[in-house]
Design a protein around this ligand. Structure first.
Ligand SMILES: Cc1cc2nc3c(=O)[nH]c(=O)nc-3n(C[C@H](O)[C@H](O)[C@H](O)COP(=O)(O)O)c2cc1C
Length: 421
């Protein structure tokens, strides 16, 4: 039995039941998402720091202009005057989504991962703008991630595509799901798919650093499937977190999941946005290098490599230029940590900031090496080359391995002796 024996049905369309999860900031690139779409699966792009991402891709100047506009405030711990321009967010979002969906060439779909915890100084306005612009630009689906909020559906309920776009949620517990479903029933807009993300996933987690080991994806997926059945909801469930082989995926598909969402295997794909050297760090990682900590100002635990440069950051908060994590009062945990450290710093001693990092800057610079728990196994998925570096598989190699491999076998890519490839 292999993944290819199954199909995911969403509306009247059928997909290969492999979804590449969203990985911000621009780790799940346009090219990575398109590789899944081309092969009949679903690829996510992420709209985390979309203005910054557009500047990198299209040489626009959103970040420079924002920095200039608020330069008077640099060094001030009070960021309450620093706002995003909603028109610019809409423009950047449309440009990024159009750039991606206009290149579709297969039977799959392109979805957008939208982290609601990116409060962007004015959470409702910026979220409505992001979601609406993505629908305007032709996105096939919206996946509402970290920070899932009951009012999100209300924000977009008047959009002409509210009922036609695929709408999904990521949850890690039954509790979050049952609360969301109550609101969805009231609005007569049920989610089209539910991604159950377990404790082994990358990025932000719905489990605490001390408790994640006590949960497992199989149990939560079974609870969610049973709940949906009992309540009479016919909604596909997509399992995510730690699904490393085609064989792992088949186990979930056989026990009631309609698809799997995977990400860690794709972090080292040629098409992933991580720089070559960072991909090599992921491939070199040992089990003890992978930690769950609370340095993210979102308040959610996050999994990352302990070698991440972000863990040594002492930079001045950069919110005038970025500021994606500013809450509705213009606050962010890193600003507090930075200025507290500055106040208690003794003369002649280096600044010491513990417990928080400037995540906006760290993710933009690929200095926060967030990863799934299975990252240490990536070395089993590819070849060591003559010069000691690891070969980077293509996204197609990895996708097809998930789709066609049986049991716990992993098909490594054919060896290409080319450094930097
Ligand atoms: C490098 C990396 C970055 C991620 N970033 C995000 C993100 O921005 N938003 C999100 O909802 N999930 C994020 N995730 C979670 C994935 O989308 C996915 O659900 C999960 O990692 C799947 O488990 P796996 O990595 O074990 O395959 C990220 C995962 C990784 C590995």
């Amino acid at each position: 039995m292999k993944v290819d024996n199954f199909r995911l049905q969403l509306g009247n369309k059928e997909y290969v039941p492999i979804v590449i999860g969203g990985m911000g900031v621009n780790i799940s690139t346009t090219e990575l998402a398109l590789a899944a779409e081309k092969l009949g699966g679903i690829g996510h792009i992420s709209d985390a720091e979309v203005c910054y991402v557009c500047d990198q891709l299209f040489s626009s100047t959103y970040v420079t202009r924002k920095r200039k506009k608020y330069s008077y405030n640099t060094g001030n711990p009070d960021k309450s005057t620093v706002y995003f321009d909603l028109e610019e967010i809409a423009e950047a979002q449309k440009r990024y989504v159009e750039h991606t969906v206009s290149q579709k060439s297969g039977n799959g779909a392109i979805f957008l991962n939208c982290m609601e915890k990116l409060t962007m100084r004015s959470s409702s306005d910026t979220l409505r703008t992001r979601l609406s612009a993505a629908m305007d630009a032709g996105i096939d689906g919206l996946t509402l991630a970290a920070g899932l909020n009951l009012r999100t559906l209300d924000l977009i309920k008047d959009h002409p595509r509210f009922h036609d776009v695929n709408l999904g949620i990521i949850i890690s517990s039954m509790r979050a799901l049952s609360i969301f479903m109550k609101r969805a029933v009231k609005l007569q807009r049920l989610p089209d798919y539910i991604i159950v993300e377990g404790p082994l996933a990358g990025g932000h987690l719905g489990f605490g650093p001390e408790e994640w080991q006590t949960y497992d994806l199989k149990t939560i997926t079974a609870e969610v499937t049973a709940f949906l059945k009992q309540e009479g909801f016919d909604i596909p469930v997509i399992a995510a977190g730690g699904i490393f082989t085609g064989g792992d995926a088949v186990e979930f598909l056989r026990s009631g999941a309609s698809a799997v969402q995977v990400a860690t295997r794709f972090t080292i794909a040629k098409e992933s946005g991580l720089p070559f050297d960072v991909k090599q760090q992921y491939l070199d990682a040992d089990r003890e290098d992978i930690v769950v900590n609370t340095v993210s100002p979102t308040g959610y635990p996050m999994r990352m490599l302990k070698q991440s440069p972000a863990l040594k950051y002492k930079i001045v908060p950069n919110c005038e230029a970025l500021g994606y994590l500013l809450d509705n009062n213009g606050a962010c945990g890193y600003i507090d940590a930075y200025y507290e450290a500055l106040e208690s710093k003794e003369q002649g001693r280096p600044l010491s900031i513990t417990g928080q990092t400037c995540l906006c800057t760290a993710m933009a610079r690929y200095d926060c090496w967030t990863c799934g728990e299975t990252t240490w196994r990536l070395k089993d998925t590819t070849n060591r080359l003559g010069d000691g570096s690891w070969q980077l598989p293509t996204a197609g190699d990895i996708f097809r391995d998930y789709q066609f491999s049986e049991d716990q076998r992993i098909q490594k890519p054919g060896i290409v002796e080319k450094v930097g490839s």
